[in-house]
Structures are given as C-alpha cells and as structure tokens.
Design a protein around this ligand. Structure first.
Ligand code: MG
Length: 261
C-alpha cells in the first residue's frame, strides 16, 4: 500500500512538473537588429557620366506646378514641431541647418511629380554615409537617398538614387561636388486594406541628372535605418527633407516644385 501511494505521488508529481515545465518554456528571441544587417555592398551600380549643364541653368516650373521653393523664402515649409523652417536661404538657394532638424512641406500630397535640385558643397569631407547625407521622404515615410556618391563608396542600398535600405539605383550618374544634381521623381501613393496591409504598394520612378535610376520600383515599406521595412497605413503626407547628423558640410537645394497627378 505504501509503495502504491509512493508510485501515485510520483506520477502526480511528474504530471505536475511537466505542466510546470510547459508554462516555463522559453523560446529564442529574434536576434537584435544592427544597422549593418540591412546593408549590402555588391554589386556596385556602374558609374556613368550624366549630360552636362551650366552652373546656373535653372529650368523654370511648368504653369500647373505647386512651387515649394523659388529661391526667396521657406513659406511652404515648417520644422517637425510645426514652427518656421530654420534652414538658411541665401543667393537663391536654401542650405540645410543641421541644428534646425528636418523640414516638411505644409501641404500634403498623394500622387505627384517632384522636381528638386541639390548641391554637395565643393569642400565636402567625410566618407561613406557621413558625406553630404540628406534625403527626400515621400509622404514623410519613404526616403529617396541623397549622398555624395561621387568617388565615395557606401552600401549600395544606401547610395544616392536608392530607396533607402531597399533598392539600389541602376546606375550612378552623380555630378561632382559643387555642381547641381537634379532629381525628377514620379510617385504613386499606396492604398491599404482594412487590416492595415498594402492593397497596392507605393511605387516610384526616379530620374537623376536625366538618367532613370528607379523605374516604377515597388516600395515595400518604410525606409528604416535599423531593421526591416514596416507597413504603416497612412493617407496623404508631406515631403520631408532630411537634416542628417553627420559632421560634413551641409548641402543646398534650389528650384523645388511639384505637380499633383
Ligand atoms: Mg539620408
């Protein structure tokens, strides 16, 4: 009898302890993401020479464009707190003020054609992502990278013309520091299902200095510095220009206009 009680206790104990073990099961956590995990360096896009332009050749906006910067003031822009944009307007251009942070358009947009010109300063220093880094966030979510990629190697999905950390440009047609680069960007906004997934992805065509570097490319989510793209449902959104924290000389912009499509 005593033996039976002991066996029964043992069985009960083992059932109880196995239940306990199930409650305490530990599964592996995903490995913490580091920036380098979403950066790749090969193959590098071929370097090509774009057509030439004279230093002051500015094409005026078409008559149906929303002019976002005409060289005079930043009245169409604000900082991330909704206050006056604190970048420096001079000589018909606007130069990034790194202390003032990013700036955004006051207006929001859906599908559009954007024209924007930008200049890496002639005395630029630094390397990799720390050399003339800026960017244009479409609908405040998806960054088209700006970087001095003239004789400056970096991970290819972080080059100028890339959808940042997603799709590298097909080629590298950058002009050298001191000259003006021209982006023409055609963007189609996403639509979303009720449960917050893409019904249709955003897509973008990017022409840099007259050369197609993204051809109706699907954007797979937000452009994260660390980690994977996210799908964040949104409606119309502003353009955001990046004030990057790297120590190199700030870049300048001019002749910014947009046509709603
Ligand atoms: Mg950037």
């Amino acid at each position: 009898m005593k033996t039976n009680v002991l066996i029964l206790s043992g069985v009960l104990l083992s059932i109880a302890s196995s239940g306990f073990a199930q409650e305490q099961s530990k599964y592996p956590e995903p490995m913490p993401m580091k920036p380098q995990m979403s950066e790749y360096w090969t193959p590098q896009p071929p370097v090509i020479t774009p057509g030439t332009t004279t230093a002051n050749a500015v094409m005026s906006p078409p008559s149906d464009a929303i002019v976002l910067f005409d060289g005079k003031d930043l009245s169409e822009w604000q900082n991330t707190k909704g206050e006056a944009a604190g970048w420096t307007v001079h000589d018909g251009v606007v130069t990034v003020n790194k202390k003032a942070g990013d700036i955004l358009t006051k207006q929001s947009f859906e599908d559009f054609q954007l024209h924007i010109e930008w200049q890496i300063p002639e005395n630029i220093a630094g390397s990799n992502q720390g050399r003339g880094n800026s960017g244009i966030f479409l609908q405040d979510k998806y960054e088209i990278q700006i970087l001095d990629c003239y004789n400056n190697e970096t991970y290819v999905n972080g080059q100028t013309g890339s959808i940042y950390k997603q799709t590298p440009p097909t080629v590298n047609p950058m002009r050298k520091p001191g000259e003006w680069n021209v982006y023409d960007i055609i963007y189609k906004a996403p639509t979303f299902t009720k449960d917050g997934q893409f019904r249709t992805h955003p897509t973008v065509t990017v022409i840099l200095n007259g050369v197609v570097v993204q051809n109706n490319t699907t954007i797979i989510g937000t452009t994260q510095y660390i980690g994977f793209p996210k799908i964040i449902p949104h409606g119309e959104g502003p353009l955001r220009l990046q004030s990057h924290g790297d120590p190199s000389e700030p870049i300048s912009f001019r002749n910014i206009w947009l046509r709603e499509l």
